[in-house]
Ligand binder design. Structure first.
Ligand code: ZN
Length: 234
């Protein structure tokens, strides 16, 4: 049986929810983050704050939560030309993808994560990729990840399961999942400590958390949270 997992944890709403999902499900959970010269180190700061708060609020999860690993992926800056790594505004290209897209980014992240998981004796990779997101990143699609699971398992000559619990959920359903996993306390924790905004704005606190309130990531988070709250009261 698969009892140990490595969670791709960026500090955002999705990966925070995936971390809680994994802590409910596995005995031994470690986290991995990637530093790739994001314009906004704020997201990485949120990671450690969130991990500390989660440990404090959920002692049973604290016992299962192991090491946090941070990999330097600054080399991605050499092959990308996007608003995440350079001072550019977010635009949508002809392909319909935002220019924040780093081609194949998740393939690289999962491949590095699998090498680390192998060495740590972890057999499941958990990621917050989903197809319901507005952006349609091809490396977040279910087929891509299922295919990668096969490739990684063959290449490592060891079963490596890729779990994506949010694959078919919209943002409102992701909030509901957090509530089911850790109650209102977890919802509040994700609201307060997770970060989504592309512009790295944490100066404005809205009902749905911090952010500029205007970028596509903020809009998505706001709409999802408001839908979730309406469902709660309706
Ligand atoms: Zn924003």
């Amino acid at each position: 049986m698969h009892t140990s997992a490595l969670v791709l944890f960026s500090g955002g709403q999705d990966s925070a929810t995936c971390l809680a999902w994994s802590l409910e499900r596995y005995q031994n959970v470690e986290t991995i983050g990637f530093n790739y010269g994001q314009r906004h180190a704020v997201e990485l700061e949120c990671r450690s704050t969130f991990l500390r708060a989660l440990r404090k609020s959920y002692p049973s999860w604290d016992k299962k939560l192991g090491e946090d690993h941070m990999l330097d992926m600054s080399l991605l800056g050499q092959i990308s030309d996007t608003s995440l790594t350079q001072a550019k505004s977010i635009e949508f290209g002809k392909s319909g993808l935002p220019n924040t897209f780093v081609p194949g980014r998740n393939l690289l992240f999962l491949t590095f994560a699998s090498a680390l998981a192998y060495r740590r004796g972890l057999t499941v990779l958990v990621g917050g990729m989903c197809e319901t997101d507005y952006s349609g990143y091809p490396d977040c699609r279910d087929d891509t990840l299922k295919s990668l699971q096969v490739t990684l398992s063959l290449g490592l000559d060891q079963r490596m399961v890729v779990e994506t619990p949010l694959m078919w959920l919209d943002k409102a359903a992701t909030w509901r999942m957090a509530e089911q996993l850790g109650g209102n306390n977890l919802v509040s924790l994700i609201l307060e400590e997770s970060h989504t905004c592309y512009l790295g704005d944490r100066s404005q606190r809205h009902a749905w958390g911090y952010g500029c309130g205007k970028c596509p990531a903020c809009e998505l988070r706001q709409t999802g949270y408001e839908t979730y709250r309406r469902g709660q009261h309706g």
